[in-house]
Design a protein around this ligand. Structure first.
Ligand SMILES: [Zn+2]
Length: 58
């Protein structure tokens, strides 16, 4: 089963959706997306916590 994260669920006004097999895969793609699109070179701990909470099975 794939896991999915919607950028919107983290509080961003953004339609980006990340899909991956594992939480690690999603976190990696999320970090790349956050840097490229949201100009976040590093994801703050509180955002990371929101990201983890927002990841769910598709
Ligand atoms: Zn986004």
């Amino acid at each position: 089963m794939a896991k999915v994260l919607r950028c919107k669920d983290v509080g961003m006004d953004c339609d980006f959706v990340v899909r991956g097999e594992t939480e690690e895969e999603i976190l990696e793609q999320t970090a790349q997306h956050a840097e490229a699109v949201h100009d976040m070179r590093e994801i703050p701990e509180e955002v990371l916590a929101k990201v983890r909470a927002a990841i769910h099975d598709e």
